[in-house]
Ligand binder design. Structure first.
Ligand code: GDP
Ligand code: IMO
Ligand code: MG
Length: 423
């Protein structure tokens, strides 16, 4: 398979990075295509745990070229902190390429993000406060500054200063924390110098690699139901994590994508606000938080938890043209007396299978559950499908029945090797 996409099918943190790390061994490029350092992608190798926000999850293989694609918004302080941290742990980042077309995040984007969230009060989105939305606003407004501009330091400096002066006024108008313009300018001139060797025409790089027969993996951040078009708007991020976004955000055309792997947790989590039909607000929800260690990688926030929702997975299958599903964190359900799966919604007494098109309708649905007996035995570290308990196999069968596509990978623990690969 030449080009594969990995996409989250729920509200993020499905274990995308672990699956990408697994698949990266057979790919020569791993490219992020949207989002920014709002992502927190965890890879566990032996006793080492790595949490990546911007660096593609293929960075651990010397055979892989990690690429930050044109659709990403890049926060330079975070990128360099991450590179320094990885290199101090013996992981080389020298192969990293950053698209000249990607947009930069500046401190005013973070100030605007925070001020807008404050102003929303009760109606806040619960963003990661990383400036992601405001950076994409500048991109769409055609006033953003792109990565490639760092190659001409004189014009870059002038542009940053002009934007900083205007943004300072904007931030002050909405009651946000202002900043010293010249401090920001000098910091970003230094970052620009450091970024220059990484800047590349990644669009042609990806096409050339594909035409030479190399395998490319496109790494989604966030997830289908955080997509600005298809997610639970306005409780979404400001990019298109769905697989269509992988084409736009990498420059590869839709017909170049051969495989789309949807990552689904064996239950559901969400950070931030917005409707969540299968949410558990009782002791079972607490147990999922505790056993699944459901705290955000980036913000440390406690994730909301609930049962697996196959109405969402079915919609994600449609939206992303999923070819298969990787079901992660199965082991987290090992001790539950029973395991429920939402297989339909009831709206005003009517049973529906189609995901509602507005958050207002979604907030009204009542989940229809199928209940399985808990398997009450450890699946941790299991690598063969046959070795899984019958009830766990039944859970996999329900996902396949409801989505119409195979479950090709099953996660049985955080570490690299804890994975069932089905042929
Ligand atoms: P991502 O944003 O989709 O890459 O996911 P995160 O890294 O934010 O969150 C997934 C968490 O679950 C991380 O702490 C992973 O180490 C962990 N994880 C991934 N797969 C599994 C699995 O199959 N079982 C268990 N127990 N943990 C997993
Ligand atoms: P990964 O890639 C989970 C959520 C935020 C908030 C909403 C908007 O690790 O799965 P933003 O800062 O993007 O404007 O916030 O999106 N969010 C995520 N939730 N995982 C993520 O990334 C997320 N990135 C953003 O919590 O609800
Ligand atoms: Mg995450």
């Amino acid at each position: 398979m030449a080009v594969s996409v990995v996409v989250g099918t729920q509200w993020g943190d499905e274990g995308k990075a672990k699956v990408i790390d697994h698949l990266a061994a057979s790919h020569s490029i791993v490219a992020r295509y949207q989002g920014g350092h709002n992502a927190g992608h965890t890879v566990v190798i032996g006793t080492e745990k790595y949490a990546l926000q911007l660096t593609p999850s293929g960075v651990f293989y010397e055979t892989v070229t990690p690429v930050i694609g044109n659709g990403v918004v890049v926060d330079l302080p975070t990128l360099f902190k991450e590179i320094d941290s990885l290199e101090s742990r013996g992981i080389s980042c020298s192969r990293l390429k950053v698209s000249s077309l990607a947009h930069l995040i500046f401190p005013w984007h973070q100030a605007i993000d925070a001020a807008l969230e404050n102003a929303r009060g009760e109606g806040k989105i619960g963003t990661t406060l990383k400036g992601i939305g405001p950076a994409y606003v500048d991109k769409v407004k055609r006033s953003g500054i792109r990565v490639g501009e760092v190659l001409n330091l004189a014009t870059f400096e002038t542009k940053v200063r002009d934007r900083a002066i205007a943004a300072r006024r904007e931030v002050s108008d909405i009651g946000g924390d202002t900043f010293d313009v010249e401090t920001v300018v000098s910091e970003f001139v230094a970052y620009a110098k450091r970024l220059s060797p990484f800047v590349a025409d990644t669009v042609n790089l990806l096409h050339d690699a594909r035409e030479a027969g190399e395998a490319i993996l496109l790494e989604g951040a966030q997830a289908t139901f955080l997509d600005v078009d298809h997610g639970t708007y306005p409780y979404v991020t400001s990019s298109n994590p769905t697989s269509g976004g992988a084409a736009v955000g990498s420059g590869l055309g839709p017909r170049h994508i051969d495989r789309v792997v949807g990552i689904a947790k064996a239950y559901t989590t969400r950070v931030g606000m917005g409707p969540f039909p299968s949410e558990l607000t009782d002791a079972l929800g607490e147990a999922l938080v505790d056993i699944g260690r459901e705290y955000g990688t980036v913000t440390g926030r406690r994730r909301r938890t609930g049962w697996l929702d196959t109405v969402m997975l079915r919609h994600a299958t449609r939206l992303n043209s999923l070819t298969e599903i990787a079901l992660t964190k199965l082991d987290v359900l090992d001790t539950f007396d029973e395991v429920k799966v939402c297989v339909a919604y009831k709206i005003n007494g009517e049973v529906v299978k189609n995901y509602p098109d507005t958050v207002e309708r979604l907030a009204e649905v009542e989940p229809v559950y199928e209940t399985l007996p808990g398997w009450k035995s450890s699946t941790e570290g299991i690598t063969s499908f046959d070795a899984l308990p019958d009830s766990a196999k039944k859970l996999v069968a329900i996902v396949e029945r409801e989505t119409g596509i195979p479950v090709s990978l099953i996660g049985t623990g955080p570490s690299r090797d804890a994975i069932v690969e089905r042929s």
